[in-house]
Write a protein that binds this ligand. Structure first.
Ligand code: UT7
Length: 323
């Protein structure tokens, strides 16, 4: 008998304000056509002025609890993947814990930028299979609108805000890839590339800073590394692209998503795409896409899913799971 971290519930939250591409034509030299054709993005949601990452995360968490038929007290561990926590400390996760009325268990943040959700999933899996938690809530939540340089057309048109939450619980299987739950993980980082995607501020440099990106360079790494990490995660359990029902990729750029699918030999009909509606929501993009994929009736119990993401660090990775 093999212990598995099995999906129990999913939910998401998107802030009310939807900003179409044309809005950016008023603030920087850009066009709706450029944004669509280069990134696939058509619109994104931005948090209200007084809306925080932890509030959005708590809203997604409530939706996931409702989907799972659970109460906050049923969760042992709560992990928030974010680079845009409300405060320097405490963690966004403890704020969500308080907001949900979860008085037991433990909560912490994981920071791996756009790959944050994949890293957090891996942590949740490890907690479950080592017996340190029975139920783990994994949330990706971001307010990237707070770290945009609104004069930089190369970045400000790309990002959005939102949150998604997934509940995993202890299950058992027979140790084969027919088991439900997380089947394999592949994580990577390489700090030599830290200056192609970063925020030029932080606590020890005494500022908040803005997101800076060498888009072309990040693009180049993304198309190479995403297919590679997805292949590695699949190979670890003797699977290939042919076995995959759904790729649920980090939603940064439709061209990257298409190129990764092609390299994995998976047709676009088996890829969940939300980038047109959400933009790049960093650590929130995968749980948002999973939740929307379920809502649309694309993802069903028993489907084999590969998630993959890359972001600042660089940090990148993939998770293979059977829904
Ligand atoms: O989530 C973390 C991971 N992030 C990513 O995966 C993002 C990776 N990068 C990308 O998605 C793409 O590189 C971008 C969408 C950011 C840019 O697309 P690109 O095809 O690589 O364009 P580029 O950066 O090579 O820029 C081409 C041209 C430049 O003009 P020149 O130098 O050729 O005259 C840019 O200045 O497009 C210009 N440009 C714009 N034009 C209109 C850059 N941003 C804009 C804009 N509107 N918003």
């Amino acid at each position: 008998m093999t212990t598995r971290a099995v999906v129990r519930g999913i939910g998401h939250y998107l802030p009310e304000r939807i900003v179409p591409n044309v809005e950016f034509e008023k603030i920087v030299e850009t066009t709706d056509e450029w944004i669509r054709s280069r990134s696939g993005i058509e619109r994104r949601h931005f948090a209200a002025e007084d809306e925080t990452t932890s509030q959005m995360a708590a809203n997604a968490a409530r939706a996931a609890l409702a989907d799972a038929g659970l109460e906050a007290g049923d969760i042992d561990a709560l992990i928030v993947a974010t680079s845009t926590a409300d405060l320097t400390f405490p963690s966004a996760a403890t704020m969500v814990q308080a907001e949900l009325g979860m008085e037991t268990g433990y909560a912490f943040d994981v920071q791996a930028v756009c790959a944050g959700f994949v890293f957090a999933l891996s942590n949740a899996n490890a907690l479950i299979i080592s017996g340190q938690a029975n139920r783990v809530m994994v949330i990706g939540a971001e307010t990237f609108s707070r770290i945009m340089d609104w004069t930089d057309r190369g970045t400000c048109v790309l990002f959005g805000d939102g949150a998604g939450a997934l509940i995993l619980e202890t299950g058992t299987g027979d140790g084969t890839t027919a088991d439900r739950g997380i089947l394999s993980v592949d994580l990577n980082s390489d700090g030599r590339h830290r200056d192609i995607l970063y925020v030029d501020g932080g606590v020890s440099t005494q500022s908040t800073g803005h997101l800076r990106m060498e888009g072309k360079e990040v693009f180049r790494h993304a198309v190479e590394k995403l297919a590679q990490t997805a292949h590695t995660a699949l190979e670890k359990v003797g699977l290939s692209g042919d076995d995959v029902d759904w790729i649920v990729p980090h939603q940064a750029n439709l061209r990257i998503i298409k190129s990764t699918a092609q390299r994995m030999n998976v047709p676009m009909e088996r890829v969940v795409v939300t980038v047109q509606d959400h933009g790049n929501t960093s650590a929130a993009s995968i749980p948002l896409a999973l939740s929307v994929g379920v809502e649309r009736g694309q993802i069903k119990t028993g489907d084999l899913i590969v998630t993959e993401a890359i972001g600042g660090g660089l940090a990148w990775g993939a998770v293979v799971l059977r829904w």
